[in-house]
Design a protein around this ligand. Structure first.
Ligand code: ADP
Ligand code: MG
Length: 726
């Protein structure tokens, strides 16, 4: 009998919500309390040091040793005043998480004995032995040192009693080993390229800033039930489990009332995030049972991404406090929606203009259209790379499955913007209006854009990349991913396109064209070129993959093969031109991606094999024996019949047991075959095409058994028990 399962269900059912008390009723009082922000800098640093540091942050300049020493002293004082005893460089290795190594502030001094110390040297740079982080062969173990260096654009903060200093992480030889380094390069790149283009319209512009607002989806599962599911514990997702009779068909969870226990968890999380300066704004139920979402106010992309990584960590801790586990896996449950992390992305100038927002004057609208055209052209040209940026083993289940988004990158524009673009490219004469060309009629139509876009209400949830009024929403990003991967590619390709745009426009200007003529000429060209990427239709439809292929879009749906997009000649040239990745870095990162893919699938294969062998088969056989016993007894009474329901059930159980047995054997062979491949790329291909199908087949048989075997005996909490928090 499955005592554990029922015991855990009982524990989960009897939980009470925890009380949560905010430090103050007004969140503005404690917002950023744990962050060494401008206000704290002003208090804890001498005036000239404060001014020098804020100027360096604003101008994105590195700081010298002397200033670093002063800043370190101030930071230490503030941190210790606020209960911190340790400090750590906080960085983002090529895993989907963060890394830290805590050192105490204490030191020994010849005269005074024990003291506390924190030097500028320790603040700005460290050399952790980081040989066990993935490096894709970039760092041999004999050169195990990596450097971490302070990213002054992201403020230090206190978490778990440690002063955390956001840093980049690079190899001894200079190659990046993290997400932050290339993200900062890409952001720098789009700043320079965007500024050049924006200055055509307004010479006051000094910087273009890339913004990110993520929407984090997640599931909550009661801790007791989670513990009784080894697959969730080991892989972050359920590898078996039949759909419950009721899941999301009734659409009654989305925006529904939030259960009290969850409500308390969310309040607690919000408080901690506010203290850490993470501006959470929205929280609600998502489509699937037990699925939720939260989103902050958007911020500059680097900071926003740091905040997302921090949030994922804080979320895990707060969830435990409330006896939940936060599940960030992209597809924890079959048959219901998975989790994503929409990346709302936009560009803006330091003069306060949102570049993806239609403006008030024809000139501003020309600029708006120029940036839209550049983005469309970039995503069109590099649609394979954009997809590769979000391709992971976890996200596989969301790509090309029956839920958003399909494994094809296309751009949704909405009715109004589509109309404007069709007019510009002359493909459609909408509403009998006069089409306008580069040379004429520009002002009139451009002036109409703001009005047209006012009711941008038509939304298309099946699009992986959608224009939503003042930004693009990249929806294919996975819930557990580091957003940097997507943000690096997106900002780099658009920066590259903006550079080309600027060059072409400048050439026209030199030939005596007006700015309007030169820009419109380019805009028309780009929009015409990029036309195949524009798709406002239903991304779920059966025709779309075929149509997309005929448009020349990348329709590859095997994750390991998608990763090849990083090393096409086109992509390598892009990264070299923009200095975002060296060839060696691309090679190493692709290596890491394939290795990670293999490891994840390998673990899933081992877990499902063990679980099936040790948990499922014994129970199925035991139940089958009970039934056989029954048949024997009936036979003794002379009442047997081979078509009786008992006999049919015995048959079905036997079929599934045989099926499991067969696929277990094939699975083992497939793994062996995959592991024997000469490199990680081919290994990943083999895991995807040979191993995964057997994992799926075993699951199919186990799920069938779940319906056949006596509920009393079933060892694992079922979907209906996991998924409905009361
Ligand atoms: P929805 O679910 O309708 O897409 P949400 O309110 O859940 O909207 O999330 C929208 C996200 O987009 C938020 O993080 C918000 O701050 C962000 N956002 C809004 N405007 C911009 C913008 N101009 N640039 C980047 N992100 C933005
Ligand atoms: Mg959204």
């Amino acid at each position: 009998m499955s005592h554990l399962r029922f015991k855990q269900i009982e524990i989960a059912l009897n939980r009470e919500p925890f009380d949560v008390k905010p430090p103050h009723p007004d969140p503005t009082v404690y917002f950023g309390q744990h962050v060494f922000d401008q206000k704290k800098m002003a208090t804890y640093l001498p005036r000239d040091a404060y001014e020098e540091l804020t100027a360096a942050i604003k101008g994105k300049r590195a700081i010298g040793r002397e200033l670093a020493d002063v800043v370190a002293q101030g930071m230490k004082k503030w941190a210790m005043d606020n209960g911190a005893t340790h400090y750590t460089h906080w960085f983002h290795p090529l895993t989907d998480g963060t890394a830290e190594k805590h050192d105490s502030f204490i030191d020994l001094d010849d005269e005074k004995g024990i003291i506390t110390d924190f030097s500028g040297k320790l603040l700005i740079q460290q050399e952790p032995d980081a040989s066990s982080f993935p490096s894709g062969g970039l760092r041999n173990t004999f050169e195990a040192r990596g450097y971490t260096a302070w990213d002054i654009s992201s403020p230090a903060f206190i978490h778990n009693g440690a002063l955390c200093i956001p840093t980049i992480f690079i190899a001894y030889s200079g190659e990046s080993l993290d997400y932050k380094t290339p993200l900062l390069r890409a952001l720098n790149c789009i700043d320079r390229a965007g500024t050049k283009v924006a200055r055509l319209f307004d010479p006051q512009v000094q910087h273009v800033i890339s913004y990110l607002g993520w929407e984090q989806e997640y599931f909550l599962i009661d801790e007791a039930l989670f513990a009784a599911r080894p697959d969730l514990v080991m892989t972050g997702r359920t590898l078996m489990g039949h759909e419950s009779a009721k899941n999301q068909q009734l659409d009654d969870h989305y925006f529904g009332s939030i259960p009290m226990r969850v409500q308390r968890f969310m309040e607690d999380l919000e408080i901690e995030c506010y203290q850490l300066g993470i501006p959470l704004k929205t929280k609600h139920n998502e489509v699937a049972p037990n699925q939720f979402e939260l989103a902050p106010i958007y911020e500059e992309a680097n900071l926003s991404n740091d905040h997302n990584l921090l949030l994922m960590k804080v979320m895990a801790q707060v969830a435990r406090r409330h006896k939940f586990r936060a599940i960030l896996h992209e597809k924890p449950f079959a048959g219901i929606n998975g989790s994503g992390k929409h990346n709302n992305w936009s560009l803006g100038t330091d003069t306060g203009v949102q570049l993806f927002k239609p403006g008030k004057t024809p000139m501003q609208n020309l600029q708006f259209i120029a940036f839209i055209a550049a983005t469309m052209a970039a995503v069109h040209k590099h649609n394979d790379l954009v997809k590769a940026s979000i391709a992971t083993a976890n996200n596989t289940h969301r790509l090309g499955a029956n839920e958003a988004p399909p494994a094809i990158i296309s751009i949704f524009l909405g009715r109004q913007l589509s109309k404007v673009i069709d007019q510009i490219t002359g493909h459609q004469q909408a509403d009998g209006q006069i089409m306008f060309s580069a040379k004429e009629g520009l002002n009139l139509q451009m002036a109409q854009i703001p009005e047209i876009l006012l009711d941008n209400t038509d939304r298309n949830r099946t699009s992986p990349f959608a224009f939503t009024g003042n930004r693009f929403e990249f929806r294919a990003v996975g819930s557990s991913a580091n957003c940097a991967s997507a943000m690096i590619v997106l900002n780099t390709i658009v920066a590259d396109q903006l550079n080309a745009f600027h060059q072409a426009v400048t050439a026209h200007l030199e030939q005596g064209d007006t700015l309007e003529q030169a820009v419109m000429e380019q805009v028309q060209q780009l929009l015409t070129q990029a036309k195949p990427i524009h798709f406002d239709g239903n991304g779920y439809s059966e025709q779309w993959p075929q149509e997309a292929a005929s448009r020349g879009l990348d329709t590859e749906n095997s994750v390991p093969r998608m990763i090849d997009a990083y090393s096409t000649p086109k992509a390598l040239a892009l990264f070299e031109r923009t200095h975002v990745f060296s060839q060696a870095e691309i090679k190493a990162r692709s290596e890491v991606k394939w290795e990670t893919y293999c490891k994840k699938i390998h673990i899933e294969a081992s877990v499902i094999a063990d679980l099936t062998q040790n948990h499922i088969l014994p129970v199925a056989i035991r139940y089958q024996n009970i039934l056989l016993d029954n048949v024997l007894k009936l036979k003794a009474l002379g009442k047997q019949s081979s078509t009786s329901p008992v006999n049919v059930t015995i048959e079905h159980i036997a079929e599934n047991i045989t099926g499991i047995d067969e696929h277990q054997r094939l699975l083992a062979q497939a793994i062996e075959h995959a592991m024997a491949q000469p490199d990680s790329r081919l290994q990943a291909f083999a895991f995807a095409s040979l191993v995964v199908p057997h994992i799926d087949a075993i699951r199919h048989h186990v799920d069938a058994l779940e319906l056949l075997v006596d509920d009393e005996m079933w060892p694992l909490p079922k979907y209906r028990e996991l998924l409905f928090i009361r």
